[in-house]
Design a binder for this molecule. Structure first.
Ligand code: SF4
Ligand code: SF4
Length: 166
C-alpha cells in the first residue's frame, strides 16, 4: 500500500476519481476540541435516532447558533464520544464521515477534494488502493453529501470546506 504524497495535503487538487482510502483505528483522538456544525439534514437524522424533536435535540446536545454545533464535554471531547467510540456512528455528521478528506466548492459548485492534516495522535493510514468516491460510499456519506450540495446551491457556493479544524 503506497501512501499518498504528503505534499498533496491541503492542495485540494483531488477529484472523486483520485486514488484514496483511509484506515481508521477508531482511537477517538480526533473527537476532541472539535467545532462540528450540523445542517438540517444532520439534525433530523440525529433527532430521529434519539426519538426527539429537532427542537429537543438542539436543546440537549447542540450549542445554539445559525448553524448549531455539537456540545463538547468538560475534557474537550465530543458529547457523543464514549470509551467504546462514537455513540452516534450510524448517524454521525458528514465531516466525521469524510475525515481526513476536506471539500471545497468553487463558485459554480465545482468540487475540489483535499487531504486535511491528520491529528498528531492519529493512528490512521492513508492509502491509494481505492478512490475518493469508493471511500464516500464506504462511509455511507452520499446522502449527507447530496444534502450539502443542495444547500450550497441554494445559499450560493463559497470556497470553504465543510467545517473541520484542529
Ligand atoms: S460525532 Fe462521533 S465521530 Fe464525530 S466527533 Fe463526535 S464522537 Fe467523534
Ligand atoms: S485519530 Fe485517526 S485513527 Fe483515531 S479515530 Fe480519528 S481518524 Fe481514526
Amino acid at each position: 500500500m503506497n501512501l499518498l504524497n504528503p505534499n498533496d495535503s491541503l492542495a485540494f487538487n483531488l477529484s472523486l476519481n483520485s486514488p484514496f482510502n483511509f484506515i481508521c483505528f477508531k482511537c477517538g483522538a480526533c473527537c476532541y476540541h472539535r467545532h462540528i456544525e450540523l445542517n438540517n439534514f444532520e439534525i433530523s437524522q440525529l433527532a430521529r435516532s434519539f426519538h426527539l424533536s429537532r427542537f429537543e435535540l438542539r436543546q440537549r446536545f447542540l450549542n445554539p447558533g445559525p448553524r448549531p454545533w455539537i456540545k463538547n464535554k468538560s475534557d474537550g471531547s465530543c458529547f457523543f464520544l464514549r470509551p467504546s467510540g462514537c455513540s452516534i456512528y450510524p448517524v454521525r455528521p458528514l465531516v466525521c464521515r469524510l475525515y481526513p478528506l476536506g471539500l471545497l466548492f468553487g463558485p459554480k459548485g465545482e468540487e475540489r477534494w483535499g487531504l486535511l492534516p491528520l491529528h498528531p495522535d492519529c493512528l490512521g493510514l492513508i492509502t491509494d488502493d481505492k478512490t475518493i468516491e469508493d471511500y464516500l460510499f464506504s462511509q455511507e456519506a452520499m446522502p449527507y453529501l447530496q444534502f450539502e450540495r443542495r444547500l450550497r446551491k441554494i445559499k450560493g457556493f463559497s470556497s470553504r470546506r465543510p467545517k473541520t479544524s484542529w
